[in-house]
Write a protein that binds this ligand. Structure first.
Ligand code: MF3
Ligand code: CO
Length: 253
C-alpha cells in the first residue's frame, strides 16, 4: 500500500530532508585524506542531533551507525570505523534522519582529492541518472518510467545498475511501498504515480558487473569484480507541478 502525503505532511518531510541535505553539506567540508570514517560518523550524528533530528539508520535492523560510508568497490552500507580516507578514493555518504515523525534520506558520492577520469565519469553518470529518474516523477507516469530512465542513462555510458538493492517509498517509515528498482524487471509492480507519493530514488552504479556480495560484517556490499561503485539518492515528492526534491538545499541557502 502506497501512502500519499498531504501538504502538511510534505512540509514536515521537507524539514527532515533539509536536515539530511545540510548534514551532507557539512560532511563534504570534512572529506580529506586522513580523516577516519568514524569521525565523519560522529560529525554527522552531532549535527543531526543539534537540529533535533534522530539518525534514522542507527538501530535499524541492528545497523550500528548514523552514516553508511562506502569507499571505492563498496556499493552501499559500509560501516564507519578506523579506516582513513586517502587521496584518490571515491566515497559514498548515505544519511537518514527522523524529524517530527517523518523520515528524510539522501546520498552522494565524492572524490577525495584528485581522482581518476574514469572515477569522475562514474560519479557524474550516476548523479545524472538520478536526475533522469527524478524528471519522470510526475502524476500519471508509471513507476517503471523512473526505473527505465535511470537504467537507460547508466547503460548508455557503459556502466551497470545494481539489482540487489532498490529505492523505496518513504514517509512515517524509512522504507515504504513501493520498491523502486533502478532497472526494468517485467515482474515489478508498476503503479501510476499520484500526487503526494514520496519516493527515495537511489541508483547504485557499478563500473563493471552489477553483481555484488555482502561482506562478513553482514552489511558492507561490494562489487564482485572489485571495480568501483557510486551512489546518489534524493527523496522526491510527486506534486501537480512536477517533481519536488525534498532533500535538495535551495541554491541561496
Ligand atoms: N539509503 C539506504 C536505504 O534507504 C540506507 C539504509 S541503511 C540502514 O535503504 F542501515 F538503514 F539499513
Ligand atoms: Co534510501
Amino acid at each position: 500500500m502506497i501512502f500519499c502525503k498531504n501538504e502538511e505532511e510534505l512540509k514536515l518531510m521537507h524539514k527532515a530532508n533539509l536536515v539530511v541535505a545540510e548534514t551532507l553539506r557539512e560532511l563534504k567540508k570534512h572529506i580529506r585524506p586522513g580523516v577516519t570514517t568514524e569521525r565523519l560518523d560522529r560529525i554527522a550524528e552531532e549535527f543531526i542531533r543539534s537540529k533535533n533530528g534522530k539518525p534514522a539508520f542507527k538501530g535499524y535492523r541492528g545497523y550500528p551507525a548514523t552514516l553508511c560510508i562506502s569507499i571505492n568497490e563498496e556499493v552501499v552500507h559500509g560501516i564507519p570505523g578506523k579506516r582513513e580516507l586517502k587521496r584518490g578514493d571515491i566515497v559514498s555518504l548515505d544519511i537518514g534522519v527522523l524529524l517530527d515523525g517523518y523520515y528524510g534520506d539522501a546520498a552522494l558520492t565524492v572524490g577525495v582529492g584528485q581522482i581518476s577520469a574514469e572515477a569522475q565519469k562514474l560519479i557524474r553518470v550516476t548523479e545524472e541518472a538520478l536526475y533522469k529518474g527524478i524528471e519522470k516523477v510526475r502524476v500519471g507516469n508509471r513507476l517503471l518510467d523512473v526505473s527505465a530512465a535511470i537504467q537507460k542513462h547508466v547503460e548508455a555510458h557503459g556502466f551497470n545498475v545494481v539489482r540487489d538493492f532498490v529505492g523505496h517509498g518513504i514517509g512515517r517509515n524509512l522504507h515504504e511501498d513501493p520498491q523502486i528498482p533502478n532497472f526494468c524487471a517485467p515482474s515489478t509492480h508498476n503503479p501510476r504515480l499520484k500526487e503526494g507519493m514520496v519516493l527515495a530514488l537511489e541508483p547504485m552504479v557499478n563500473q563493471g558487473t552489477y553483481r555484488i556480495k555482502v561482506l562478513e560484517d553482514g552489511w558492507t556490499a561490494v562489487t564482485r569484480d572489485g571495480k568501483l561503485s557510486a551512489h546518489f539518492e534524493h527523496t522526491v515528492a510527486v506534486t501537480k507541478n512536477g517533481p519536488w526534491i525534498l532533500s535538495k538545499l535551495d541554491e541561496v541557502a
